[in-house]
Structures are given as structure tokens and as C-alpha cells.
Design a protein around this ligand. Structure first.
Ligand code: NCD
Length: 358
């Protein structure tokens, strides 16, 4: 097994995403959750299975009490220095489901980073008090760097990347996969489905991470619908080519709707604009889903969105049974519980716990 502390940072950083994967998982469990590319099909299937198990156990008080007993001796640090509502609360809930107590830093203006402390020292401080660090940052690669830093200390606690810069949002991709899997349960699962991504695909980290995970499914076609300025980057399409995935770019959402088994809509990520107001020059009206579009979508096609939304999906679409985004969000809480349980090596124990006795 490759170990993070045995490789120099520059060497690790220079590895491809696939080459990093063996450093991030043990034989039986993930050591961290840093990049989507660290999860293979077997791991995804196992995580989905565990998620369903936790979801079922949580339906009863006995099941909940059992879940909450599992990690009541652990503490988690939520280090979220970039805005977040959903992901933050989703992780809080996921921890609470497993009995984990939490601490938080959400603003460096209230932490010692304001006094000039390095992020390395902050994270090492967290690792002194906590058993798990969940972090969101606007710096790409920061979670990886911190996992490497901690691997060289006496408390190499697991790190979960809850969104890093424009590059990665692995846990969002895991919950998106679970949502797709659940939605297509009676239609042969995710294999051979067409996924149509719409919106800001260039700067949307959720799209980038999900696109990578979808390469593990057979015969999945990926369509990228966006104005040129927001189109998917070549680093992703190069990965898709290497994996032999069929993909296409397009400017027309309406044309692709009849093809879509899942439509994955995203907002314009204008917080990354080089000049303020730059994105507002881009006409996105063709990339917004309204009630009229529902007629073009397959009767069993689903609509997803990582949220927050602005105008990309109109509110009157919410009542359509194909609007999956609220269930998608709730799935996130269960998937994150399953991921945390896996990081602490509880998978077997949980899977063997009889659901009926709950
Ligand atoms: C996304 C993110 O932060 O990347 N939000 C989320 O975590 N669900 C998507 C976005 O902000 O548009």
C-alpha cells in the first residue's frame, strides 16, 4: 500500500489524479475523501449500499439510537472558509446521525489566521482536538495539501474535502451518484444512461467531480450544454477520452432534452469572474429550465441541481415528480454519513446490523 507520508509533497502534487488514488484508500476503506478520482466502481457500489442501510436504520428510534452510539466518542471539525449553507448543514447532520460532536470555524477573520497563522498550523491545531476534519476552501488542492501535512504528524486524522476552489467537490459527486442510482434503480441503474449537464460547466466543481465518477459506469453518454465561455474544460474531456467515454458539447438544451435520462443544471459561478460583472454579459436565457421544457423531457427523466439555484430552474418546476433536487439534497446527508462511517471502518459492522431489529 502506498502511504502519503512516504512521498514528498512536490512528488505527490505532480501525480495524475488516478495516480493519487492509491494513497487515499486502504485495502478496505477510504483514508480521506479528497478527490472524486479516488473512488472506483466497487467503492461507489459499497458506499451506495451503506447509504441505503443507514437511511433505513434512521427510520426508527432503535435504529437511530444504534447509529448515534457508533461514533459518540469522536469529534469533527468543520473548517468552512467559503460560503455554504447546504453542505455545511448536511455534514453537521451527517455527523449528528452517527453521534459525532462538532466544532466549526467558518470565517478566518475570527480565527488565528487573522493574526497571520498559516493554514497548515490551523489544521494541525484542529487535528489536536478533533478526529476528523471536513473542509471547504476556495483554494484548489488545499484539502490534499492538509492531508499530506497531517500524514507527517502524530495525528494524521482523516480529511474530507467539502469543496475546493473550482476543481473538486467529491462528496457532492457521491451524493449525485447515489441520487442517480436510486432514480434508475428499476431501469438497470446508471449504466447506459444519458446525462446532460447544463450551465457553468467551466467553473462548476460539482460537474467536474460528477463527470469523473460517471466514467465508472458502462455506456454512459455525457452531454455538456453551455455558452462557449462557460463550456467544460479540456482537462475533463481528456479524462473522458482516456476512459473511452462518449461525450458531446452543445449550445441547445431543448434539442438534448428528449435524450436526457438526467438533466444536471448548474448556476453561473460568477464569484470567479476576473472582472466584476463579467458573467452578466453572457446570455444564459437558453440554458434555463422552465415549465415549458417539461414536455420535452422523458416521462422518467430526472432534473438535478446541486443548489443554490438562481433562475436556471424556475420554481414552478418543483412540483413535477421528475424534479429531483430536493431529494438529491436530502440524499447528501445519508451519503455523507455513510462516507464518515466508512472512514472510521464501520462498514461491515453496519451492514451486518439487522435492519429489522431496528
Ligand atoms: C455547489 C458548490 O459549492 O460548488 N454547492 C453545493 O455544495 N451544493 C454548487 C454551487 O455553489 O453552485
Amino acid at each position: 500500500m502506498k502511504r502519503l507520508e512516504q512521498v514528498a509533497w512536490q512528488e505527490f502534487q505532480a501525480l495524475s489524479l488516478e495516480e493519487k488514488a492509491p494513497y487515499l484508500s486502504d485495502k478496505n476503506k477510504p483514508l480521506h475523501a479528497l478527490i472524486a478520482q479516488q473512488f472506483d466502481r466497487g467503492q461507489l457500489d459499497k458506499l451506495n449500499e451503506l447509504t441505503t442501510k443507514i437511511r433505513q436504520l434512521a427510520k426508527s428510534k432503535t435504529g437511530n439510537d444504534y447509529l448515534q452510539s457508533l461514533l459518540s466518542h469522536k469529534r469533527a471539525m468543520l473548517y468552512f472558509t467559503q460560503p455554504s449553507t447546504r453542505t455545511f448543514l448536511s455534514f453537521c447532520s451527517a455527523c449528528e446521525i452517527l453521534g459525532i460532536r462538532i466544532g466549526e470555524v467558518r470565517n478566518t477573520a475570527t480565527s488565528s489566521e487573522f493574526k497571520g497563522e498559516s493554514q497548515e498550523d490551523s489544521v494541525r491545531t484542529f487535528s489536536s482536538y478533533f478526529d476528523l476534519i471536513i473542509m471547504r476552501s476556495q483554494m484548489g488542492g488545499l484539502a490534499e495539501r492538509m492531508a499530506w501535512v497531517l500524514s507527517n504528524t502524530t495525528r494524521p486524522v482523516p480529511i474530507i474535502n467539502a469543496g475546493s476552489g473550482k476543481d473538486q467537490h467529491p462528496t457532492q459527486a457521491l451524493l449525485d451518484i447515489y441520487t442517480l442510482q436510486r432514480s434508475f434503480e428499476n431501469r438497470g441503474g446508471i449504466d447506459h444512461k444519458s446525462i446532460v449537464f447544463v450551465g457553468d460547466l467551466r467553473r462548476g466543481r460539482t460537474v467536474r467531480s460528477l463527470s469523473a465518477l460517471l466514467t465508472h459506469y458502462t455506456g454512459v453518454k455525457q452531454y455538456f450544454v453551455a455558452p462557449d465561455a462557460l463550456q467544460i474544460s479540456t482537462d475533463i474531456t481528456t479524462e473522458l477520452d482516456a476512459a473511452g467515454v462518449q461525450w458531446e458539447t452543445s449550445h441547445s438544451m431543448s434539442e438534448l432534452l428528449p435524450e436526457a435520462d438526467a438533466l444536471y443544471v448548474t448556476r453561473v459561478q460568477d464569484e470567479w469572474d476576473a472582472e466584476q460583472g463579467e458573467s452578466s454579459q453572457i446570455d444564459i436565457s437558453e440554458y434555463c429550465f422552465t415549465r415549458d421544457h417539461l414536455d420535452l423531457l422523458k416521462p422518467d427523466g430526472i432534473i438535478m441541481h446541486p443548489f443554490p439555484r438562481r433562475t436556471e430552474i424556475s420554481h414552478d418546476v418543483d412540483s413535477d415528480p421528475r424534479a429531483m433536487y430536493w431529494r438529491q439534497m436530502r440524499n447528501g446527508m445519508w451519503v455523507r454519513s455513510a462516507l464518515i462511517a466508512s472512514l472510521f471502518g464501520l462498514r461491515e459492522q453496519l451492514m451486518n446490523y439487522p435492519t429489522e431489529s431496528a
